[in-house]
Design a protein around this ligand. Structure first.
Ligand code: SAM
Length: 190
C-alpha cells in the first residue's frame, strides 16, 4: 500500500496510486522526483516539459515546484496512461497532458526545464538538446552509477550517457539519486 509521507506532495501520492492501479511500475523514484520539483521551482515563469508522462508521477513532482506563472506540458504515447494522468491535473490549467509521440513537444519549446523520460532520450539526444532554452535544465534519470570514466554499463562504454555528459552545448553532471541509480542534470549554455 502507498502511504502519504512527510514531504511527499499529495498530488504525487495520487499519481503513485494511479500508477499502482494501472499496474504501471516505471514511475520515477521519490529521490528523482525531488530533483524534478527543485528544477521546476528554479524557473518560476518557465515552460516545463516532460516526455513520457506514464501515470503522472514525475509530472506531479514537476508540478510540486511549478510557479504561478509557469506552464507544464507533458506527452505520453499510451492513450490510456495519458487519459489517467490528465485526470490527476484536471484542476490546474497550467498543466497540459498531450497524447502522442514526444515530438509533439516541439510545438511548445523552448523549455526551461525538460525531464526527458520517454521518447527522445535514447533515439535523438541532439533533438532533445535542441528543445532547451539557453539556461534551460535537462534531467534524465534511470542510469546506473559507474565508477569509471568514461562511464560503463554492462561492461561497455555507455555511449548514450557519454553523449549527454560531454555535449559541447551542455554543462552537465551526474548525481546519485539512490546508491544504485543516478541522473544526469545539464544546463544548455548561452
Ligand atoms: C519511464 S516511463 C515514464 C515515467 C514518468 N515520466 C514518471 O516519472 O513517472 C516512460 C514512458 O514513456 C512513454 N514513451 C515511450 N516512448 C515514447 C514516445 N516516443 N513518445 C511519447 N511517450 C513515449 C512510455 O509509454 C512510458 O509511459
Amino acid at each position: 500500500m502507498i502511504m502519504a509521507q512527510r514531504g511527499v506532495p499529495p498530488r504525487v501520492v495520487t499519481a503513485e496510486r494511479a500508477a499502482a492501479d494501472a499496474g504501471f511500475a516505471q514511475g520515477c523514484s521519490r529521490e528523482a522526483g525531488r530533483l524534478l520539483g527543485m528544477a521546476a521551482a528554479a524557473k518560476p515563469h518557465g515552460v516545463i516539459a516532460e516526455s513520457g508522462t506514464g501515470s503522472g508521477v514525475g509530472t506531479a513532482w514537476l508540478h510540486s515546484g511549478l510557479g504561478a506563472g509557469a506552464r507544464l506540458v507533458t506527452v505520453e504515447r499510451d492513450e490510456e496512461l495519458a487519459r489517467g494522468a490528465a485526470g490527476v491535473f484536471a484542476d490546474d490549467d497550467r498543466v497540459r497532458v498531450l497524447t502522442g509521440d514526444w515530438r509533439l513537444l516541439e510545438q511548445h519549446a523552448p523549455f526551461d526545464v525538460f525531464f526527458c523520460d520517454g521518447g527522445g532520450k535514447r533515439d535523438d539526444p541532439g533533438g532533445v538538446i535542441e528543445l532547451l532554452a539557453p539556461g534551460g535544465i535537462l534531467i534524465l534519470d534511470d542510469f546506473t552509477p559507474s565508477p569509471h570514466w568514461p562511464p560503463r554499463f554492462e561492461g561497455e562504454v555507455d555511449q548514450l550517457r557519454l553523449a549527454y555528459l560531454t555535449h559541447p552545448t551542455l554543462q552537465a553532471t551526474e548525481v546519485l539519486t539512490a546508491p544504485d541509480a543516478s541522473a544526469i542534470i545539464a544546463t544548455r549554455r548561452f
